[in-house]
Design a binder for this molecule. Sequence first.
Ligand SMILES: *Cc1c(COP(=O)(O)O)cnc(C)c1O
Length: 389
Amino acid sequence: MDFNTNVLHAGQTPDPVTGSHVSPLYQTSTYVLPDFDRAVYLNQHIDQGFVYTRFGNPTVAELEKKIALLEHSEDAVAAGSGLGAISLAAISQLQAGDHIVFGDVIYGCTFALFTKILPKLGITYTIADTSKVDAVEAAVKENTKFVYVETPSNPTLKISDIAAISAMAHRHGAKVIVDSTFASPYLQNPLDLGADIVVHSATKYLCGHGTVLAGVVASTKEFIDHIRMPYLQCFGSVLSPHDAWLLMQGMKTLGIRMERHCKNAMKIAQHLEKHPKVDRVYYPGLESHPTHNIAKKQMRGYGGMMSVDIKGGVDAVRTVMNSVKIISLATSLGNVDSLIQHSPTMSHFDMTAKARHAVEIFDGQVRISVGIEDVDDLIADIDQALDKI
Ligand SMILES: *Cc1c(COP(=O)(O)O)cnc(C)c1O
């Protein structure tokens, strides 16, 4: 079965008790255990049944199975947010004395986790341009535990070659974690390309409607088991059953949403590339994008995210962001409706101006999460806002 059939039907059976077509929501914190001996057994073997929702929940388990299916992995684990998933994937592999390598353009709070929190635990890091395999290899050391790659990256949509980085990292005995949030499993499967672990902020495209915060990690059963016990259970960053259930409703339309996101974004990128008030458009589907060829090789489409350098810097940005009518001024991304944010002062304010400019996050740069609206309405909205500059 292909993607759209799989996401709707794989592993899906009507509820055996009521026949309910949509899977029931198991909104419970605990489970009544049949007798004393079984209670003792299950409390000591929490992977064998449901005991307490921090250890496992049927609704969350159903979501995890679907994620594993979409990412072609043996198993997956859900967390209460994308950062919850990223910190589990990272910290579960590390101890004092280890080293990590990560990309120079990554999600702002992931950057803060790696540069502010992990060093306090005795973990050192090197930042590298992950779009260049040689640069990543130069950063890898004997004690490097993993290379962390965000592709497409936030916010400049830089693409990193997952297959080449994985082959290189494995030669050095390091694992590869890919944050594939911007692509979603519809457009790219990092594990098929050789990566060891894939993480998503499921808050974004997987959910698609802006209704939940959630994160997922997909990998081998051994790795996921190791995350569950002790890390997830002790950090407690579990996903609520209700959010897992909402997320699964959103995921049913992931394929058709992504197709529309890709189509709309391509049209807007092509339009803005020729716009007199625009300096530069960062969209991996454009041939002018520096890493377009890697995107073409490893993705099945170019996604709905883009950044745009507006002529006139922050003042021009302020005018545009205050003037858009259909597009909402909001952080986050991957929703059915379009959003616009200013990366330097919103998602990436944690970086110094010098560090931002070095990785092309310029002061006049806005990031647009292109929704599934009628694209001509979006173009008209952007044009009237640019006209106000
Ligand atoms: C949003 C985002 C995250 C963090 O996810 P949350 O669900 O907000 O915790 C991580 N990586 C990328 C690429 C993101 O866009």
